[in-house]
Design a protein around this ligand. Sequence first.
Ligand SMILES: [Zn+2]
Length: 101
Amino acid sequence: MRFKKGDTIIITIGKDKGHKGKIEKIFPKEGLVLVPGVNMYKRHMKKRDEKHQGGIIDFPRALQLGNIALICPKCGKPTRIGYLVSKGEKTRICRKCNQKI
Ligand SMILES: [Zn+2]
């Protein structure tokens, strides 16, 4: 998984193309990330009890990694993530400005 929690990403494809947000949760097995406020869908909830009245709620659907790009915190551009390996340690770098991110 190249992305980390807290990364700012931009959606590159689909109905929310161009929307930006911060990664809140990562699902490594599925290759998905959850970004609040983007890729919102409506879900119909059934009334369960007095506390849960049901109705239509908005919820964010997880995004596929192929549909997002990282926004580099150093240069502010959408970029691909690269890696530098030295002394067995992996460092993420921005492919645009080559800064550590
Ligand atoms: Zn950069």
